[in-house]
Ligand binder design. Structure first.
Ligand SMILES: [Zn+2]
Ligand SMILES: [Zn+2]
Length: 827
């Protein structure tokens, strides 16, 4: 490389020696005739390069000074500047790695004004040095330096007093720079580190501070002024000396006109531009995400974020608009995250209500803060259960009081419903059925699911969170929760979210400000970097999304017109324990939006309810950012079919189900078991007793359909006063056991009266409880006056400590069939 540069240096040098000295050719020829001069001249040509090479190795170019510490610049997905940070040296310096990112107007203004032979000379321009010498000698003082842009660059990296010796050093450095770098690189360095007054360094920072625009938008007048300022930054800066700045601009423009770089018209137009003395603030948009990116990528000067400025700005506005009236209700903050469901690019991150609000900790980034999600994780247990075929939307779940080793979950309204469908349990966000389902999922349940999904806040053991994990005992970050929902929007695929574009040279989009590289970038992401893993089947995701799109929207009633065209959205809310956090997350196949509302100091307040304060913000943002024309819903996967199920039990209908309804199911996955709630029972016409296949013979009987419930629901229905027709008892003198018949209580035998004997401890007077059940039965339950006293397998022996009184003893088998008898204990 160096050799190539050297060769160019020599060619160019030769060019100058032949062309510029052509007028002295005669004199030269005479001189060359002389032997001594010939030797001298020859040796000069021979030793100059060797000398330069030698000096180059002794005094290497301080290359690092060409790249001083620069400001970090955060850009949005289209290349517009979001925020600029001061450099380590407290300067505003934005490094432009490529010349084509610098305004062409500024380039030509600089070249014509400073060094119009820049692209021809080898770093030193002998003509301008001679011209400068003549000028200086005539005037008796130093007026001109004869410096090329390369020499000026050398002086910028090593500022020195203006002496003849220093000038020679500068020339040597200029040659070194020319050998090492291309002309474009040199001009780029020059414009990157040129002083623009105060702590403003380089043309990009100057352009932003003096004109509040990026280089691509510079006018001719502005470019001309930027070309002039580095000559005397303190005197020419427009914010301090607008008059002198204007004069300098005129000089540059005149020279451009003289050299016919610009037309007369362009010249007069530029001359007419006012010189503003305003100093603008550096861009300060999306402050939270900008700061986060700077922390994530400390070594990048320019960070291409995935932020979509339009969505970011609209979300900020909407969040402010909705949070403003809540300030009076002791609700001070909120955050918003918008994610592209396919690429997982974060399109928006609003960290707080007001970044500058110190009182309410506005600088805290709520999007990455760990908070309790309340019910916001619930959909995922249903997802797991759907995925395993355990449930379909119309399956029933128990909603009766339960006790898991002392943990007794309750619903938000403290009511139990006996049984509810999966759809109802999820849309009404009931706690008890969710906990029951969670318990049913066993070891490989929600905890391992969330671990697999990569929730970074889940740092304690499974035991620590227990079953209440699903009700918000673990904390989550809004950004991760939004990403988790993105997996539902993306066919069950979990992947990492992205905040920045990659900065690999081949992958990096060429920044052209104002131009959109979005489309190409998205396809790039889709094809090459579609990593991640399937945590649900797409069938389970589809069904879950269908259920979540069912929920009554808070916006539909109040402002029908505004939402009339709003496409189908799947969504869920969450409210943490003690009303400390309100959440709402929604998605379409394209976008996922997460909203958190709360106080950063964590205090709760009655108004913090997900559906009341977070959901309206979610829908307002959906309304603002969604492209209605392109809005779509998920395609139903082939494996998802509909089937007719029992309207009561939600299981595939049997011939005995009186009413049916349609339900989604996954072929080959969802349970095919038909309704077990509706049972035909043969009843003796004479006695009204139940008959089995043995005792049925020779008797006249009829068949009736009964509802048979599992013990928990049956007990709850009884105690709650629901009139459920009781299945008649089996003919007592029959020894046959009906397949699926009721249990038969063997001990205590019917009608026995127990007498508690005094003087003997009660524990030695226990009563044996024993029942015979169908051999299919795995579990039996004993209830005393409706209270569960034992549960276990049918072969187990249970002993009841006697309590004086009239009791009702009930044995319920695992299929919900039961037998009862009275038990009298006398004191
Ligand atoms: Zn049925
Ligand atoms: Zn029988």
């Amino acid at each position: 490389m160096a050799i190539v540069h050297f060769a160019r240096f020599f060619t160019l040098a030769g060019y100058y020696f032949t062309i510029d000295f052509s007028q002295y050719r005669k004199v030269l020829l005479e001189q060359i005739k002389r032997m001594k001069r010939k030797v001298l001249w020859g040796s000069l040509l021979l030793f100059l390069p060797i000398g330069v090479l030698l000096l180059n190795s002794v005094y290497p170019l301080p290359v690092e000074k060409l790249k001083p510490p620069s400001s970090t610049m955060i850009l949005d997905r289209k290349g517009e500047i979001l925020r600029v940070f001061l450099s380590e040296n407290d300067t505003w310096q934005i490094d432009e790695p490529l010349l084509d990112q610098i305004s062409p107007k500024l380039q030509s203004a600089v070249l014509v004004y400073e060094d119009r032979w820049f692209y021809q000379h080898p770093g030193i321009n002998p003509l301008s040095i001679i011209q400068a010498l003549i000028t200086n000698i005539r005037s008796g003082r130093i007026l001109r330096g004869g410096s090329t842009i390369t020499m000026q660059l050398a002086r910028m990296i090593e500022p020195k007093e203006r002496t003849v010796m220093n000038k020679l050093i500068e020339m040597f450095r200029a040659v070194q720079i020319e050998i090492r770098f291309s002309k474009d690189e040199i001009l780029t360095y020059y414009l990157n580190i040129a002083p623009y007054g105060g702590n403003i360094v380089g043309s990009t920072a100057a352009s932003l501070i003096y004109f509040n625009k990026s280089q691509s938008h510079l006018s001719l007048g502005e470019a001309s002024l930027l070309a002039a300022i580095p000559n005397s930054p303190t005197h020419l800066r427009p914010d301090i000396n607008p008059t002198m700045a204007k004069e300098a601009r005129t000089k540059v423009l005149r020279r451009m006109l003289t050299r016919r770089i610009i037309s007369d018209q362009a010249f007069y137009e530029a001359m007419g531009e006012p010189v503003s003395s305003k100093r603008h603030r550096m861009p300060f948009n999306a402050p939270h995400v900008s700061r986060l990116l700077k922390q994530y990528y400390p070594n990048r000067d320019q960070i291409y974020s995935t932020i979509d400025s339009y969505m970011q700005n609209r979300s900020e506005q909407i969040l402010r608009q909705y949070l403003a009236p809540l300030q009076k209700q002791d609700i001070s903050n909120g955050s918003v995250v918008i994610m592209d469901a396919k690429t997982r690019e974060v399109l928006t991150m609003v960290g707080s209500y007001d970044f500058f609000d110190r009182k309410n900790h506005g600088q805290v980034n709520g999007a990455v803060a760990s908070r309790s999600p309340g019910s916001a994780l619930k959909p995922f247990i249903y997802g797991i259960a759907l995925n395993r075929g355990l449930v379909t939307p119309e399956s029933l779940l128990n909603d009766v009081p339960v006790d898991y080793s002392g943990y007794r979950p309750v619903n938000y309204d403290r009511q139990n419903r006996g049984y509810v469908t999966v759809r109802e349990a999820l849309t009404e966000s009931l706690n008890v059925p969710a906990i029951n389902l969670c318990a049913k999922l066993g070891d490989n349940g929600i905890y391992s699911f969330l671990k697999q999904a990569g929730l970074t806040t889940l740092d304690k053991s499974k035991m620590h969170y227990g079953l209440s994990l699903i009700l918000g005992s673990a904390e989550v970050r809004l950004i991760e929760l939004t990403n988790l929902y993105a997996s539902l929007a993306d066919c069950g695929r979990i992947a990492d979210y992205k905040l920045a574009k990659p900065q690999n040279k081949n992958d990096m989009p060429k920044r052209k400000r104002g131009e959109c590289f979005e489309s190409s970038q998205r396809s790039w992401d889709n094809q090459k970097h579609r990593t991640g893993k399937q945590i649900f089947s797409q069938e389970a995701s589809f069904i879950l999304s269908e259920i979540l799109s069912d929920v009554r929207r808070p916006d539909l009633a109040s402002s029908f017109e505004a939402t009339a065209n709003l496409p189908k959205v799947a969504w869920k809310t969450g409210t943490s324990y003690g009303h400390r956090d309100a959440w709402s997350i929604g998605y379409t196949p394209d976008l996922v939006i997460g909203v958190w509302v709360g106080n950063f100091d964590g205090h709760g307040t009655a108004g913090l309810v997900g559906s009341e304060v977070a959901a309206p913000i979610l829908f307002a943002i959906f309304n603002a950012v969604i492209e209605r024309n392109n809005a779509r819903w998920f395609d139903r996967p082939n494996q998802v079919q509909t089937r007719r199920v029992c309207a009561l039990s939600g299981m595939p209908k049997s011939g005995f189900c009186p009413k049916t309804k349609m339900d989604f199911y996954i072929t080959g996955v969802s349970s095919p078991d038909i309704c077990s709630t509706h049972k035909p029972v043969q009843i003796d016409n004479q006695t009204g007793m139940r008959l089995c296949s043995y005792c049925r013979l020779g008797r006249t009987y009829h068949e009736e359909i009964f509802e048979e419930w599992n013990p928990e629901i049956a007990t709850w229905l009884n105690r709650s006063g629901y009139m459920i027709a009781k299945i008649p008892q089996h003919t007592p003198d029959c020894n046959g056991i009906i397949s699926g018949s009721v249990p038969i209580i063997k001990s205590p035998s019917s009608g026995t009266v127990h007498q508690i004997r005094s003087g003997i401890p009660l524990e030695y007077q226990k009563i044996l409880l024993e029942a015979s059940v169908s051999n299919r039965i795995k579990q039996i339950f004993w209830f005393l006056n409706g209270e569960l006293v034992f549960r276990g397998n049918p072969s187990q022996k249970f002993f009841l400590e006697p309590i004086a009184g009239e009791h009702m003893l009930t044995c319920v088998d695992g299929e919900g069939k039961s037998a009862s008898q009275t038990l009298t204990i006398l004191d």
